[in-house]
Design a protein around this ligand. Structure first.
Ligand SMILES: NC(=O)c1ccc[n+]([C@@H]2O[C@H](COP(=O)([O-])OP(=O)(O)OC[C@H]3O[C@@H](n4cnc5c(N)ncnc54)[C@H](O)[C@@H]3O)[C@@H](O)[C@H]2O)c1
Ligand SMILES: [Zn+2]
Ligand SMILES: [Zn+2]
Length: 389
């Protein structure tokens, strides 16, 4: 079959690789009809995430048709149409029972690596680092789905791929980030990053009834897309983020702050970002936490910082004194996708939201390598790429 493979920093190729096979009785093989490139894939592309190996098949946002099921899989049958959440879950461990799916205790087949890197293992993830199991991903014609009697979400007739594909990742990610904010009708919610995840944070926060939602980025078409949903815009190239957020909140600061940027934050000329880039270059710091610092500083005392943006390792010069003395709450994590999918699928069916709004580029899988670059560099007004194997 054909697949997109990671070959090292800044190198992804379209390859012929062996077809996946059923390995365990609960598995299924999915023929991928649509897959997407996620902001998290960019951290792999840019070489910031440890634990990748040459030849790894990428992709963790995908859907398709069930081709084959293992002997113990009672949930799926051949021909079912499913969206596959990026987190692989067993459904039966302590954490799965609590709904903490992204920290499932059983699905990381490289548990020892996870234990060493993070203190305790987290769930297995598709198309991601070997620290999270090194499972082949879904930017491919076919994919093996382990524990396929638990994770996959069956899609009812009448919905297009484009409407439901993002149930596997960025829609629940934006939703969880907003839910973690425990939004009240008096709240200002500030969202850093108007990428695909930020777009879903904005729309989720609006649905949850925030008084005002503010979006921060410097990419005009991304800001425009968020403004179309009702967000107030701050372009950090033109304005001081801290001054504008304080103005919008009568000097008090936003009650809720969402980091939808993660470890590759850029900040034109700010002193701290020059420092981060220098330390990152000599490998004294793995991640660039500019947005985290800004959120800790501007958030209203007793507020909540919600962090869907991905961090991989160590960060430096964090104003922890500000966070502690202001009594801030931090909530973060890879998304517990299956915690939200039933509710979000219903909202799509009822027409409350159509996630396809975020797609700007659709192409064959063979154009994947070029579109990784287009997406990363925001060329051609790219916001979200969908690939068709
Ligand atoms: N927690 C999860 O389960 C989960 C799931 C999906 C994605 N993510 C993460 O969410 C983040 C966003 O993903 P995406 O697909 O939207 O990626 P993206 O790269 O398209 O979007 C990031 C946006 O942040 C903006 N940005 C950079 N520096 C900024 C700054 N200083 N202030 C404000 N904005 C800034 C960029 O211009 C860009 O528009 C990534 O870190 C990704 O790994 C997490
Ligand atoms: Zn993702
Ligand atoms: Zn589990």
């Amino acid at each position: 079959m054909k697949a997109l493979c990671w070959q090292g920093k800044h190198k992804i190729t379209y390859e012929t690789v062996p077809d996946p096979k059923i390995e365990e009785p609960r598995d299924a093989i999915i023929k991928v009809s649509s897959c997407a490139i996620c902001g998290s894939d960019l951290h792999l592309f840019d070489g910031f995430m440890p634990g990748m190996e040459v030849g790894d098949i990428l992709g963790h946002e995908f859907m398709g048709e069930v081709m084959e099921v293992g002997s113990e899989n009672k949930k799926l049958k051949v021909g079912d149409r499913v969206v596959v959440p990026f987190t692989i879950i067993c459904g039966a461990c302590d954490q799965c029972k609590r709904g903490n799916f992204s920290v499932c205790e059983r699905t990381n087949r490289n548990k020892a690596l996870g234990d060493t890197a993070f203190g305790h293992t987290t769930a297995g993830l598709f198309g991601y680092s070997h620290i999270t199991g090194g499972y082949p991903g879904g930017q491919a014609e076919y994919v093996r789905v382990p524990y396929a009697d638990v994770g996959p979400v069956k899609i009812p007739d009448g919905l297009t791929d484009e409407q439901v594909l993002f149930l596997g990742d960025i829609f629940p990610t934006g939703w969880q980030a907003a839910a973690y904010c425990e939004i009240e009708s008096t709240d200002t919610v500030a969202v850093w990053g108007a990428g695909p995840v930020g777009q879903f944070c904005v729309r989720s926060a609006i649905i949850m009834g925030a008084k005002q939602v503010v979006i921060i980025d410097n990419v005009p078409e991304r800001l425009t897309m968020a403004a179309a949903a009702g967000a107030i815009v701050i372009n950090f190239d033109d304005d001081s983020v801290l001054d504008r957020l304080n103005e919008l909140t009568q000097g008090k600061g936003p009650e809720k702050c969402i980091d939808a940027v993660g470890l590759e934050a850029h900040a034109t000329g700010s002193l701290d970002s020059i420092y981060d880039r220098a330390k990152q270059a000599v490998m004294l710091e793995s991640d660039r936490p500019h947005v985290l610092r800004e959120m800790m500083y501007v958030c209203r005392p007793a507020g909540i910082l919600s962090i869907p943006g991905v961090y991989g390792g160590l960060i430096d010069k964090i104003p922890f004194g500000a966070a502690m003395n202001k009594g801030l709450t931090f909530r973060m994590g890879q998304t517990h996708v299956n915690r939200w999918t039933d509710d979000l699928l219903r909202r799509i069916q009822e027409g409350q939201i159509d996630p396809s709004f975020v797609i700007t580029h659709t192409a064959g899988l063979e154009r994947g390598p070029e579109l990784y670059e287009t997406f990363r560099d925001k060329k051609d007004s790219c916001i979200k790429v969908v690939l068709k194997p």
